[in-house]
Design a protein around this ligand. Structure first.
Ligand SMILES: Cc1cc2nc3c(=O)[nH]c(=O)nc-3n(C[C@H](O)[C@H](O)[C@H](O)COP(=O)(O)O)c2cc1C
Length: 306
């Protein structure tokens, strides 16, 4: 009989199991605590934080698309101080890792929030350099190799926490960007953020999202995400949190076979608030059935046809 240990070590961040939730789709956990036991989740990546509160973009900022959704929330959040004072104590009631998703318009912003959170009770910082919904910063950093090197190394210098760098899919060579993040101090990588998208109302001829463009997520993006996780797996040594369209446990296994050490569930939470627990149960069943002792045993386990 195999003895399954579900824990995964993300290069210094130890998750009790490989299931995390994706930033921006789980708030600060409060809304979901009525539906699931937050103790069952390996880690919670909270809504993207900025130094000062942000109102976000004008509505409409979320629309449904075939097999997915486009959002342009624009990093609405109460600011890092409210997070530290009100949300960390709430999350700390649960045995789950707190991953603070950090954002900024400038390198100084990113460093400021990383410094502030280094003194706070969070387990990891997730540097979001891939948000398509802000005018300055965000994806502009994550798609330019020089800027990736600059922002990651500067944040690494001040951050006293485990550091995840969240990559954008909106690039030509994600392996190159991943290597740069690794070389400049990332402890782990997470991917993918949303793909840029747009939709138009044919009667009014107006974009369906007030900000014109937004980020596409959900099952429609999964094959793209699997491919990019596989590319990054081939390029770097550090652990990978894979995400993009995970709706069921089979998707989670597929991400691990592509090269992920852990997975993150986003859009699916809106459809089924219990999805994280269901995915954990299904993946556990798969590990047991196949005599697997640790989730990381199947990392990158895809076999190619001859
Ligand atoms: C409504 C919404 C808000 C999001 N906000 C953030 C955010 O604040 N920070 C971030 O790094 N990613 C954000 N994302 C991206 C997700 O964390 C995730 O990378 C992406 O949606 C792909 O996963 P999924 O297809 O499972 O949703 C957001 C996604 C959605 C749908």
């Amino acid at each position: 009989m195999n003895k399954l240990d579900l824990s995964v070590d993300l290069n210094g961040l130890l998750l009790k199991n490989p299931i995390t939730v994706a930033s921006g789709t789980f708030g600060f956990g409060r809304e979901y605590a009525d539906y699931i036991d937050l103790n069952n989740i390996g880690g919670i990546s909270v809504k993207g934080l900025t130094l000062l509160p942000r109102k976000g973009n004008p509505a409409p900022r979320v629309i449904e698309t075939p097999m997915g959704m486009i959002n342009s929330v624009g990093l609405q959040n109460p600011g890092v101080d409210v997070f530290v004072e009100e949300e960390i104590p709430f999350l700390r009631q649960f045995d789950t890792k707190i991953i603070a998703n950090i954002n900024g318009n400038t390198v100084e912003d990113y460093c400021g929030i990383a410094e502030r959170l280094s003194a706070a009770d969070v387990d990891s910082l997730e540097l979001n350099i891939s948000c398509p919904n802000v005018k300055n910063g965000g994806m502009a950093f994550g798609t330019d190799p020089k800027m990736v090197a600059h922002v990651v190394s500067e944040v690494r210098r001040v951050a006293k926490k485990h550091l995840i760098v969240k990559l954008s899919p909106n690039v030509t060579n994600i392996g190159e960007i991943a290597k740069i993040a690794e070389a400049n101090g990332a402890d782990a990588l997470s991917l993918i953020n949303t793909l840029t998208g747009m939709a138009i109302d044919i009667n009014t001829r107006k974009p369906l999202i007030a900000n014109v463009i937004g980020g596409l997520s959900g099952p429609a993006v999964k094959p793209v995400a699997i491919k990019l996780v596989h590319d990054v797996y081939k390029a770097v040594q550090i652990p990978i949190i894979g995400m993009g369209g995970i709706m069921k446990w089979e998707d989670g296994i597929e991400f691990m076979l592509a090269g992920a050490d852990a997975i993150s569930i986003g859009t699916a939470n809106f459809v089924n608030p219990k999805v994280t627990e269901e995915v954990l149960e299904g993946m556990t069943g798969y590990f047991n059935k196949n005599g697997i002792c640790s989730p990381q045993e199947i990392k990158g386990g895809v076999t190619y046809q001859k």
